[in-house]
Design a protein around this ligand. Structure first.
Ligand code: PGA
Length: 237
């Protein structure tokens, strides 16, 4: 049985509000004896709707992205204050899909981190290397650059959580092994001592093994979190 772990669901671009309602009709509400915490990061179209399903302090809502501007002429974007207003307490920043598909640089990630912290949000900062980077021996330099640049100008790390998500392990069923994950956790903690989660093909089958790693603080789950039964098993609910 795990204690004090954080389980984060990343719905990505999935689920209408009808689907969200169905999801929470199945997902069990953690009682006061539950020792972990579950965060649901949902599309911005479902944030306000999903906020009604967050019961008690063991369930929290998060967004999957923000823009760093406070307000103004940024057609189509959503600010930190806007997601906070919808009930979000967390936000994922720097996911590899945002970095890769939407060309988010370390500089943009940094601006988003600052903006989220200014709004009082908890930041789930994603870092991860690609397979060519790992094979080229660049894992440490890539990850340390991502951490250092994302956190430039940040002095209070209380609301920072880092999620190590090797790009080659996301949605592929190729999970990093415990030794690789442990190495990265130790490396990150040398730079900044904050909770470190693992993400990348985590499922109800491998969660226990991954969580046996010393110093791991939880999991960020994509595919397997789309099913409330599978995700509740991962969360040990
Ligand atoms: P996955 O995604 O669990 O489907 O690999 C994780 C993520 O991208 O956050």
């Amino acid at each position: 049985m795990q204690n004090n772990k954080l389980f984060v669901a990343n719905f990505k671009m999935n689920k209408t509000n009808t689907d969200v309602a169905e999801y929470f009709s199945v997902f069990p509400i953690p009682d006061k004896n539950y020792k972990n915490k579950v965060v649901f990061c949902v599309p911005s179209t479902s944030l306000y709707f999903a906020s009604a399903y967050m019961k008690g302090e063991k369930m929290s809502l998060g967004a999957e992205n923000i823009y760093y501007g406070k307000s103004g002429a940024f057609t189509g974007e959503v600010s930190a204050d806007m997601i906070t207003d919808c009930g979000a307490e967390y936000v994922i920043i720097g996911h590899s899909e945002r970095r890769g598909i939407f060309n988010e640089t370390d500089e943009i990630v940094n601006k988003k981190v600052i903006s989220a912290l200014d709004a009082g949000l908890n930041v789930i900062l994603c870092i991860g290397e690609t397979m060519p980077e790992r094979e080229g021996g660049q894992t440490e330099s890539v990850l340390s650059r991502q951490v250092e640049q994302a956190l430039q100008g940040v002095s209070d790390y209380n609301k920072i959580i880092i999620a190590y998500e090797p790009v080659w392990a996301i949605g592929t069923s190729a999970v990093a092994n415990n030794e690789q994950i442990a190495e990265v956790i130790a490396m990150v903690k040398k730079i900044v001592d904050v909770p470190v989660l693992y993400g990348g093909s985590a499922t109800e089958k491998n969660a226990d093994e991954i969580l046996s790693i010393e110093n791991i603080s939880g999991l960020l789950v994509g595919g397997a979190a789309l099913d409330p039964v599978r995700f509740s098993k991962i969360c040990q609910l």
